[in-house]
Write a protein that binds this ligand. Structure first.
Ligand SMILES: NC(=O)c1ccc[n+]([C@@H]2O[C@H](COP(=O)([O-])OP(=O)(O)OC[C@H]3O[C@@H](n4cnc5c(N)ncnc54)[C@H](O)[C@@H]3O)[C@@H](O)[C@H]2O)c1
Ligand SMILES: O=C(O)C(=O)C[C@]1(C(=O)O)C=C[C@@H](O)C=C1
Length: 363
């Protein structure tokens, strides 16, 4: 029996657990520091069993996945290195930064066990085990950061196991990872949050800002709803890289200020042309968990029963709703529901159906 221990069964840990659980010869144990979380992991059927005991989860595990916020990773690697782990045990992590955890493991000079850093390039603005999905990693890239001394056999064992995620494994050096992922993931999160907070301030004196915010604003700001603690840790951990990237970002915005001051329409056109060309060349991710792509928003009067009514309308028409999320439910404003579907067809049918039933639906 292969025992896999998952520390932190949230969005990423829970999704990995779902990829492994129920596969022949595999037992998945979840670890949390909180009793209530342990019960939740088991209730939701994400793991075979769960415990708050670090020792019980780790001691006879073949693989240990650290899926806690980046700020807690090195502490776990240190604590695990002090335990009597199963010989050949592989410890890996899923943290969004790689240099610090790799340096920590390297510094410990682990004997009889191996640390291989990891980072699945898939996720969501949602968090917690409630958001976990066995499809999250399908067709995504999954970075591993093996060291010079990592044996091919150990790397092969982890790679073989990760086939269950249906992700594509790539090997990247930890420092190079942090530079690149800083640019394509961490910087965009900062920009999204800064933009939303800028508009939030304008909205405070005129609510039309929020009311009129449409597709463009929503498209660029989805990730501004990401988990504050997870992102605090990522940004603080990768601050060296990010400070450099933010200086470059200031240059980008300064360039726009200059073009606007000079009424340089040609320059603006050129900037849009170049960005559009580059973006269209990016490889398209044929995502397994496509539900987040097919979404619409429904304005709903704030009264009980409306979610049930919408779900029933769609169910009666055999339209498969994959997720429903209440975005705003204060008493003094109309609520907004975000409905997610797995296919464009389901989305189109839902928009028609809800429109026919008098709901105000928008993308
Ligand atoms: N969210 C994403 O899109 C994404 C994508 C790839 C990798 N990651 C990385 O995955 C890791 C987990 O992120 P997530 O999005 O699954 O977050 P999450 O909040 O959904 O899950 C985090 C888990 O860690 C536990 N936890 C929180 N604080 C803890 C602490 N102090 N000690 C022990 N456990 C603690 C939580 O109970 C939860 O089970 C992070 O390192 C993150 O950088 C996130
Ligand atoms: O799709 C999202 O919501 C994500 O934020 C996923 C995302 C990203 O920025 O692409 C976020 C953090 C990760 O470490 C990897 C992937």
């Amino acid at each position: 029996m292969t025992k896999i221990a998952i520390f932190g069964v949230g969005l990423i840990g829970g999704s990995l657990a779902l990829c492994f659980k129920g596969k022949p010869g595999i037992t998945v144990v979840g670890h949390s520091i909180r009793e209530s979380s342990v019960a939740k992991y088991v209730d939701r059927g994400v793991v075979d069993y769960a415990t708050t005991s670090l020792r019980e989860a780790a001691e006879d595990a073949d693989f240990i996945f650290l899926c806690v916020p980046v700020g807690n990773l090195t502490q776990y690697v240190r604590e695990l290195s002090e335990l009597e782990l199963k010989p050949g045990c592989i410890i890996t992590d899923v943290g969004s930064t790689k240099a610090s955890v790799a340096a920590c493991a390297r510094g410990l000079g682990l004997k009889g066990i191996t640390f291989i850093g990891g980072h699945p390039m898939a996720g969501s603005e949602r968090s917690g085990v409630e958001a976990a999905s066995s499809h999250l990693f399908e067709n995504a890239f999954y970075v591993l950061t093996p060291e010079v001394g990592t044996s091919d056999a150990e790397l092969g064992r982890l790679t073989e196991l990760l086939k269950l995620t249906k992700a594509h494994i790539v090997h990247v050096h930890p420092e190079e990872h942090d530079e690149i992922v800083g640019a394509i993931s961490h910087l965009p999160h900062i920009i999204a949050v800064a933009l939303v907070n800028q508009i939030r301030r304008y909205h405070a004196s005129n609510e039309l800002y929020g009311t009129l915010a449409a597709g463009g604003f929503r498209d660029i700001t989805r990730i501004a709803s990401s988990d504050p603690v997870v992102w605090r840790d990522i940004l603080v951990n990768n601050r060296g890289v990010l400070l450099g990237l933010l200086k470059d970002w200031q240059e980008e915005t300064a360039h726009f200020i200059e073009m606007l001051e000079k009424e340089d329409g040609e320059g603006i056109e050129q900037a849009f042309m170049e960005s559009g060309q580059f973006r269209s060349q990016l490889p398209e991710r044929r995502k397994g968990m496509i539900h987040s792509i097919y979404e619409c928003y429904v304005d709903v009067p704030d009264h009980p029963g409306i979610i049930g009514r919408i779900a029933t309308e769609l169910g009666n028409s055999r339209i498969n709703l994959s997720n429903i999320h209440v975005i705003e439910s204060r008493e003094d404003v109309p609520g907004v529901l975000r409905l997610s579907f797995r296919t464009q067809d389901d989305l189109d049918q839902a928009v028609d159906k809800l429109g026919e039933n008098g709901f105000s639906v928008h993308y």
